[in-house]
Design a binder for this molecule. Structure first.
Ligand SMILES: O=C(O)CCC(=O)C(=O)O
Ligand SMILES: [Fe+2]
Length: 306
């Protein structure tokens, strides 16, 4: 039985930004995960997004497949993605819908939307949620910069937040536990690829970097986002801040969640911060173009289906 993990709680509305940044620093060193409360995204909007998501995933499969994944956006059915092909060959027992940047990438990201006849408010609600969570994510990254003793606009200055590459992913884990002999995961073990993820959900399992792996449950706090750092934050900080492995186990209970991945502009070069390396602790990763890193990881997760 997994132990329950008490993650730190960060209050985004606190006027004392220095203390908040210090709490964030400790949370990112210890866990790479924390709760974010008082973020300003209204309960009602969160509820509306869950409701609309439920309506979409309840449509017949052929209707959902009309919006099948093109480029990185649209619907992907169960087993399409495999976040950890080393533990399972079948893929993850979840279906997803991805919404990409609303502006700045029109030439190659063509968001798909359910028809107004089927789901009249869908696009409007998703766009509102997307914009609000991206702006929460930007406020959070300024505190993360402060937590690294950088200017609060550091991530803007390096171009990461100039047309950030943000994706909203709606997730639906069906209630069944799968019919194969193999272990099937809702979402198999992975770390996120980008900068920071803002997750709204009802229950998850997280793992700490330990061998043998010890999995700990994360409880849901109503209205709070669960924040986790992605691999690019780990690269910037030379592993001072963690991009922690996590997974979702099928419990036999249906579950919905939505993750906003706030990733840097694809042209942003992610390289070890000067304050995070020294002669005795040289950079563990070479500089990388954010878009190249993302492309490699996304392609690997969808390689069986694309
Ligand atoms: O649904 C969840 O709780 C987690 C999903 C997740 O980790 C992901 O999509 O990267
Ligand atoms: Fe994840």
């Amino acid at each position: 039985m997994a132990e329950s993990l008490e993650l730190p709680v960060i209050d985004l509305s606190s006027p004392d930004r220095i203390s908040t940044a210090n709490f964030i620093r400790q949370a990112c060193i210890d866990y790479g995960f924390f709760y974010l409360i008082n973020h300003g995204v209204e309960e009602q909007l969160l509820q509306n997004v869950f409701d609309e998501s439920r309506k979409f995933f309840s449509l017949p499969l052929e209707e959902k497949m009309k919006l099948g994944r093109k480029g990185d956006v649209g619907f992907a059915p169960i087993y399409a993605e495999n976040l950890d092909s080393s533990t399972s060959s079948k893929g993850d027992l979840k279906e997803t819908f991805h919404i990409g940047p609303l502006e700045g990438y029109e030439s190659h990201i063509k968001n798909q939307w359910p028809s107004k006849e089927l789901l009249p408010s869908w696009r409007f609600i998703m766009e509102e949620y997307y914009q609000k969570v991206v702006s929460v994510g930007k406020r959070l990254t300024s505190l993360i910069a402060m937590a690294l003793n950088l200017e609060d606009d550091f991530f803007e200055k390096v171009g990461a937040l100039d047309k950030p590459y943000a994706f909203l992913r709606l997730l639906h884990y069906p209630g069944e536990v799968g019919d194969s002999d193999e272990v099937i995961y809702g979402a198999s073990a992975h770390s996120d690829y980008g900068m920071v993820t803002l997750l709204a959900t009802d229950a998850v399992c997280r793992e700490k970097h330990k061998q043998p792996r010890i999995w700990e449950d994360v409880r849901h706090i109503k209205g709070a986002f669960i924040i986790n750092l992605g691999d690019m934050m780990e690269r910037w900080t030379n592993c001072l801040f963690r991009s922690t492995l996590h997974r979702v186990m099928p419990t036999g209970k249906e579950r919905y969640s939505m993750a906003l991945f706030l990733d840097p502009n694809p042209d942003c070069i992610v390289e070890c911060l000067k304050s995070c390396c020294s002669d005795s602790s040289p950079p563990r990763f070479p500089p990388i173009r954010s878009g190249d890193h993302l492309r490699e990881r996304i392609n690997a997760a969808y390689s069986a289906s694309s």
